[in-house]
Design a protein around this ligand. Structure first.
Ligand code: URA
Length: 275
């Protein structure tokens, strides 16, 4: 069984907890894998391992369950969630608030984490993955990954105010990069998630595409032109479109979606993990 890799080691060996390895190999959930271990059904290099903290080197150790050899699934997981309002974008919340982790299959895909964040009251497309390279590539400012939002705002922005968004609006924490902005007609299907019962009097729905990801960016941009956001929804994230889901539901990415997001990090998609 493996050592934790030491800094400066030339041939670094990546270790992983055995129960995590088993879950990642699709043998059982992490809890189920622990049960298999304590039942004495798991061997590493021929030796029964029951201790739950035990680690393995996935590239080197031979792991068997009931004599059958297990291998890590060699693909990363990618999951699209339709985030409902009222959930914090975190995998655990010390304050016990509802968090998005409870809505995605972390047992089936251990190591899943959200790519970026949506505010608690924001709904829409949230991507989860086990692939840190793809997450970094999709979030890095230099990647200019476009995100599309629809916002129900108080008041009706004028042409001049929309142009301010397109030119790069001045916000309290700096100037935003030029955005794509337009008003949506009340009967545009894209407006439905923020105005399911129609657009209230003296309100408007703004379609906004940005490629930055500062905290509360859309709300700050719209406030800076004088319009408070009442509801906010994201329906596009880079190459992904929110589709086939109701609020609170998730689905794995399709093969085309997977390759589209993986092409954001073309040179480094290998799965390496220190467990
Ligand atoms: N911008 C915001 O203000 N909130 C979000 O949740 C996402 C973008």
């Amino acid at each position: 069984m493996g050592q934790t890799p030491a800094d400066g080691d030339r041939d670094i060996e990546y270790t992983m907890r055995l129960q995590r390895f088993l879950a990642r190999a699709g043998v059982a959930s992490r809890r189920g894998s622990e049960n298999l271990m304590t039942a004495g059904r798991v061997r590493v290099n021929g030796q029964v391992v029951t201790e739950l903290g035990s680690k393995v080197v996935p590239d080197r150790d031979v792991v068997t369950v009931d004599g059958v050899e297990c291998h890590l699934a060699d693909e990363h997981a990618y999951v699209m969630l339709y985030k409902p309002a009222g959930y914090v974008t975190t995998m655990s919340d010390p304050q016990g608030r509802p968090c998005v982790a409870s809505l995605v299959p972390t047992d089936r895909y251990p190591g899943l984490f959200p790519v970026g964040r949506l505010d608690t009251d924001t709904t829409g497309l949230l991507l989860f993955t086990t692939n840190g390279d793809v997450a970094n590539a999709m979030l890095h400012p230099s990647s200019h990954v476009w995100k599309h939002y629809v916002a129900l705002v108080r008041g009706v922005p004028s042409r001049h105010q929309l142009q301010m968004l397109r030119d790069g609006v001045r916000m309290p924490d700096g100037v935003a990069a030029p955005a794509k902005a337009q008003l949506l007609a009340a009967d545009d299907p894209a407006a439905l998630p923020v105005a399911p019962e129609g657009v209230p009097y003296n309100h408007a729905v703004v379609s906004l595409s940005i490629h930055e990801g500062r905290k509360h960016q859309v709300k700050k941009m719209l406030r800076s032109i004088g319009h408070e956001v009442v509801r906010l929804h994201r329906d596009e994230f880079g190459p992904l479109r929110l589709s086939g889901l109701m609020p609170g539901q998730w689905r794995p990415l399709t093969a085309q979606e997977r390759s589209a997001v993986e092409s954001q990090a073309p040179r480094n998609n290998t799965k390496r993990e220190v467990g």
